[in-house]
Ligand binder design. Structure first.
Ligand SMILES: Cc1cc2nc3c(=O)[nH]c(=O)nc-3n(C[C@H](O)[C@H](O)[C@H](O)COP(=O)(O)O)c2cc1C
Length: 306
C-alpha cells in the first residue's frame, strides 16, 4: 500500500481469532474519511515494515491468547523486541498508540498488549496516544469505539509534530551542506535543533489547542470527541475513568382517592393526574403473611401538610 508520507501511519495487528484484525480493518477504513492513510500489516509480516527506521506514527491492535500470551502471529515480533541486548534508546524515534484486546475472565487481562507496550516503552518508544485495553467480557466496543474516535486527533497531532521536526532537520541539513560549515558550527546547529525538538515534544501534550488549530489549517477533518466517561462511553484507560451509576429516583406510591361522600369535597378537584406530593407515612401495617404472593400494606399518610 503506497501512502502520502505526511498523512501515512503504520497500522499493525496481531490476532488469534480475528477480532484484532477486524478492528484494524475498521481503523484502516475510517482513516480515509479523516484524510489519513493506514499502511496495514499483520505484525508477523516483518518483511513489509521496519520499526527500526519507522518515522510515521504506529498503531498496534493486539489481542491475548492462551494464558496471557500474545497471539501466535506476534510471537516472532515479541521475541525480537525482547532481545536483551537492545539498547534502551532502540525505539527512541518511534511514536505509537496501542489497543489491547482481552477478557477479564482470564487471569492475565490483555497481557499480550501489555507485554508489547511495556517493552516498547523500555526501548524508548513514545506514546502519542493512551493505551486502550478492551474487555471481551463486557463488550470490546465499550473501549474500542471511543478509543478509535480519539485516535484521529492524536494521530494528526503526532503527524504535525513529526512534520515540524522533519522541517527543522531539513533546515539544518540544507544549511550544513550548502555552506559547508565548520564542524563546531554544525554541532551547535544540531544541538539547537535538538533543543527545539525537545521543546516540541514537551509542549506536544500541553499545546493541543494550538495543534488543533494547526491541524485544521491543513484541512484535516477533526471528529467531535465525547470525552465524558459514562456507562456507555469510556475514555482510555478505562481503569482510570469514573463511571457514575445514576442514583435511583425516590420511590412513590400511587394513591387513589375514592368517593369522598362529603368527607372532603374539594380534594379531587384540587388534584390533577400529574400532581405528586411528598408526605410523611405515619403508620404502616403489613396485612398479608410473609409467604403471600402479593403483599398488602395498610399505610397511613399525613396529608395535612400538603
Ligand atoms: C483460548 C483463549 C485464551 C485467551 N486467553 C486470554 C488471556 O489470557 N487474557 C486475556 O485478557 N484474554 C484472553 N482471551 C480473550 C481474547 O484475547 C479476546 O477474546 C480477544 O478479543 C480475542 O481477539 P482476537 O480474535 O483478535 O484473537 C483468550 C481467548 C481465547 C479464545
Amino acid at each position: 500500500m503506497c501512502c502520502d508520507l505526511k498523512r501515512r501511519f503504520l497500522l499493525l495487528y496481531a490476532t488469534q481469532k480475528g477480532q484484532a484484525k477486524a478492528i484494524a480493518e475498521e481503523i484502516w477504513q475510517q482513516a480515509g474519511t479523516h484524510g489519513l492513510e493506514a499502511d496495514m500489516h499483520c505484525i508477523s509480516e516483518m518483511d513489509k515494515y521496519n520499526l527500526e527506521t519507522e518515522k510515521d506514527p504506529v498503531v498496534i491492535v493486539i489481542s491475548t491468547t492462551g494464558t496471557g500470551d500474545p497471539p501466535d502471529t506476534a510471537r516472532k515480533f515479541v521475541k525480537k523486541i525482547q532481545d536483551s541486548t537492545l539498547p534502551p534508546d532502540h525505539f527512541a524515534h518511534l511514536q505509537y498508540g496501542l489497543l489491547g484486546l482481552g477478557d477479564s475472565e482470564y487471569m492475565f487481562f490483555c497481557n499480550g498488549g501489555k507485554t508489547v507496550d511495556r517493552r516498547l516503552q523500555e526501548l524508548g518508544a513514545q506514546h502519542f496516544y493512551d493505551t486502550g485495553l478492551a474487555d471481551d467480557c463486557v463488550g470490546l466496543e465499550l473501549v474500542v469505539d471511543p478509543w478509535i474516535d480519539g485516535l484521529w486527533l492524536a494521530l494528526k497531532e503526532a503527524l504535525l509534530l513529526q512534520k515540524e521536526k522533519e522541517g527543522m532537520n531539513n533546515v539544518v541539513d540544507a544549511v550544513t551542506s550548502s555552506l559547508s560549515l565548520a564542524p563546531h558550527v554544525v554541532h551547535e546547529l544540531n544541538l539547537n535543533s535538538e533543543v527545539q525538538n525537545l521543546k516540541l515534544e514537551d509542549e506536544g501534550a500541553k499545546s493541543s489547542d494550538v495543534l488543533s488549530q494547526k491541524v485544521d489549517d491543513i484541512n484535516l477533518v477533526t471528529p467531535a470527541r465525547n470525552t465524558e466517561p459514562s456507562l456507555v462511553n469510556s475514555i482510555p484507560p478505562l481503569s482510570q475513568s469514573a463511571l457514575n451509576i445514576p442514583a435511583l429516583p425516590p420511590e412513590y406510591i400511587e394513591v387513589q382517592f375514592q368517593g369522598t361522600h362529603g368527607e372532603n369535597p374539594h380534594l379531587s378537584s384540587l388534584i390533577s393526574e400529574e400532581t405528586t406530593f411528598e408526605v410523611p407515612v405515619t403508620k404502616a401495617v403489613q396485612l398479608t403473611r410473609e409467604d403471600a404472593i402479593k403483599t398488602a400494606l395498610l399505610l397511613e399518610l399525613d396529608i395535612s401538610v400538603s
